[in-house]
Design a binder for this molecule. Sequence first.
Ligand code: G1P
Ligand code: ZN
Length: 546
Amino acid sequence: MPVTTYPTAPIDGQVPGTSGLRKKTQVFSSPGYLETYVQAVLNAIGAPGKTLVLGGDGRFFNDTASAIILRMAAANGVAKVIVGQNGILSTPAASHLIRLRKADGGIILSASHNPGGPDGDFGLKYNIANGGPAPESVTDEIVSKATTITEYHMTDTAAPSLSQVGTLTLDGMTLEVVDPVEDYAVLMDELFEMPAIRALFASGFRMRFDAMHAVTGPYAKEILVNRLGAHPNTVLNGAPLKDFGAQIGGGHPDPNPVWAKPLYDLMMDEDAPDFAAASDGDGDRNMILGRDIYVTPSDSLAVLAANADLAPGYAGGINGIARSMPTSGASDRVAKKLGIEAFQTPTGWKYFGTLLDAGRATLCGEESAGTGSNHVREKDGLWAVLLWLNILAVRRESVADILTAHWAEFGRNYYSRHDYEAVDSGLAEGIVADLRARLDTLAGTTAAGSLVTSAEEFAYTDPVDGSHTTNQGLIISFEGGARAMLRLSGTGTEGATIRVYLENYAGPEEDHSLDAQVALKDVIAATEEITGIRTRTGRDHPDVIS
Ligand code: G1P
Ligand code: ZN
């Protein structure tokens, strides 16, 4: 087999963040950069004889990167790669494929909801045999290899076209090209009451799903339109584009009220359809909307958990609910009522893996539009949409009525996230460091009329494997159950993003009709008084409020 060995490029201690390695496309495609990181992955996992899954969200550089990875896998003795047709797999579909085919792991090419294109972002994430993101022990090993190896290996043979489903070989390595949608659609059929959802659509129920020109277009068309009988106009922006439509209309595949504004506005209209949803670049995030109502991801997790038993896949009940630390406590209240365990983990899906594997958590969620379950080991946008549809099909109530009834039963956790983006990294780190240094002195102080009951830095000991993680964000708790959380983003590619998470609880008998920013105004004021973010960054408001 003709293999050439090349010198590596410096990865200069770039630690993969919350979700794999994510950089500007120009950095990723610079000579030797992707190759060096891929060689580090292959060395860390011990490539010879392994079976790997490969696929990405189709963004710019996806096809070039897939070809390079296949040639490197062959050169490093990988036995087989199962790859999505045209190099495409949504993140949840990749997770499922790793599990279904009992692969040793997989490489997912995506920068999630970050913009794509030559001036956008690119990313690479290694997932382990359970289908989930590699834990820190593995990513540490990859980083250590990436910074010490001096050469990488690649076959001279060009990678074959991935446009046809079927089995090929590349210099002795088996290459199986699979339909990216089929296996995933079968899994959804198993989990949900498809005839009930089909009947819902047949009854005139109207929905819009915004695929944001990203990977879920073909998945949504197959499942919602072909299998469930939704009207073909249900799927908006269903044609995947390499830049997610940035050129044609400023598209940015982040399913939130800011970037999916047209969908949001449509749903705030009197003639709005009954239900709407959107998903991100790689299909793992979701946004849920009803007529005249936006469901926060934290509330969505709670409602899904409280109603999961309406879907066949969860008919026996759920074992536990895990949420990331900054996610609101709404799902904890559901867990309490169901008499099941509730877990608070650090930010990032990788921390749910052990709980899911051990059967202690069935549903998981993050405030950042991520919801999922034990059916795969990634968050799953379309899964969340289908579980909502299943619940709507059984309850035959509006989204707004379901949410109102939920708050009347459990109370409402008012919630919002304020992001300060592209802040000078030194300044952002200074703000966090200064607050960290004062944590011990905060309890008992009053800020903007709110009494601080405790302040701490979040650390986590995994209840399954005992691994310990520190520095996972600062938490300020106020009298009455309000919380403010502060952490720096681990996925940004420009300067630092300061995330401030704000939460306040109104019990079942209290007013649930307030605007979240109004309900949170005291917590917001107290947090600014304590942290000085606006003063120190010179900004009078956050860049993004979600
Ligand atoms: C963000 C989200 C986090 C999510 C991650 C990957 O990370 O906040 O919940 O797991 O993207 O999708 P962050 O930029 O905050 O580090
Ligand atoms: Zn994503």
